[in-house]
Design a protein around this ligand. Structure first.
Ligand SMILES: Nc1ncnc2c1ncn2[C@@H]1O[C@H](COP(=O)(O)OP(=O)(O)O)[C@@H](O)[C@H]1O
Ligand SMILES: CC(C)(COP(=O)(O)O)[C@@H](O)C(=O)NCCC(=O)O
Ligand SMILES: [K+]
Length: 242
């Protein structure tokens, strides 16, 4: 049995083949704003799979995928079997990627845990001691903050975030690296401290997403960095729902 796992988030839509037991090396990516039936035909040419599992937080793309997929498919939602309970007032509000993260994190790292997903937004997802999704926090992603600055100022360029050489930046770009990376790490530390305060029992903290490695380097409280949490969560959901 081969699955096509699709993680449709706001910046990138990732495609990975997997067996029920493990992710395979076949991976594709389409920038989310470029997803169309033609792009899907082109990018996924030659990939063979028996069924697809999708977590989508972009309704336009979910519709394109629904029309395009010909094999049996499952679109992850709060109604899916996740291997995790949901203890949340409005479960339908929860982003499907956050539920995929919860499924993957519990399977690989246990609970209670917090998953920090550094995407277009950074999401903090809390799984409590009863193995239930409890909620969390959402803040602007690192790249989103950088894009905002470049778009809304006359003299600040767009920068690729990387480790600052000094806290005291001695150029515009160095000052922006210092502000972005140290500022972001400070934000993550404070949010984790507040979440942990409310959780009582010490959770495992797992980071994922495009900026995870850079930010986690300066946040000791992050126990693991795992780029494949969302995709492995989708793989678990496939086994439970297809
Ligand atoms: N393969 C990559 N190479 C370089 N930067 C990346 C890569 N993947 C993600 N990023 C960075 O992380 C940010 C979030 O990407 P991603 O985690 O894919 O977002 P989302 O999950 O919201 O689509 C991107 O805006 C980019 O700055
Ligand atoms: C918060 C998110 C935008 C994160 O998505 P991403 O940054 O991975 O594109 C996504 O999980 C979402 O659209 N959630 C719906 C609102 C909620 O979870 O409360
Ligand atoms: K994501």
């Amino acid at each position: 049995m081969t699955y096509l796992l699709i993680d449709n988030s706001n910046t990138r839509t990732k495609f990975v083949l997997s067996t029920p037991e493990a992710l395979l090396k076949e991976r594709r990516m389409i920038p989310t704003r470029e997803v169309s039936e033609e792009r899907l035909d082109d990018a996924l040419k030659g990939l063979h799979y028996d069924a697809a599992v999708v977590c989508s937080v972009v309704p336009r793309v979910a519709d394109v995928l629904r029309n395009w997929l010909t094999r049996p498919s499952h679109f992850l939602s709060c109604d899916s079997r996740l291997g995790v309970g949901i203890d949340y007032p409005s479960p339908r509000q929860i982003g499907a990627d956050r539920l995929a993260n919860a499924a993957g994190a519990v399977a690989y790292y246990g609970y209670p845990c917090i998953v920090v997903d550094f995407g277009t937004a950074v999401t903090f997802d809390v799984i409590g001691p009863e193995r239930t999704y409890l909620g969390g926090a959402i803040a602007p992603g690192l790249a989103s903050m950088g894009d905002y600055l470049a778009r809304n100022t006359a003299l600040l360029p767009a920068i690729e975030p990387h480790e600052p050489k000094h806290a005291i930046g001695t150029s515009t770009v160095e000052a922006m690296h210092s502000g972005a990376v140290y500022g972001y790490r400070g934000m993550v530390k404070e949010i984790l401290a507040k979440l942990e305060e409310e959780m009582g029992k010490r959770p495992t903290v797992v980071a994922t997403g495009g900026d995870a490695a850079l930010i986690a380097r300066g946040v000791p409280r992050i126990d693991h960095v795992d780029p494949d949490i969302t995709l492995n969560g989708l793989r678990m959901v496939a086994g439970l729902n297809l």
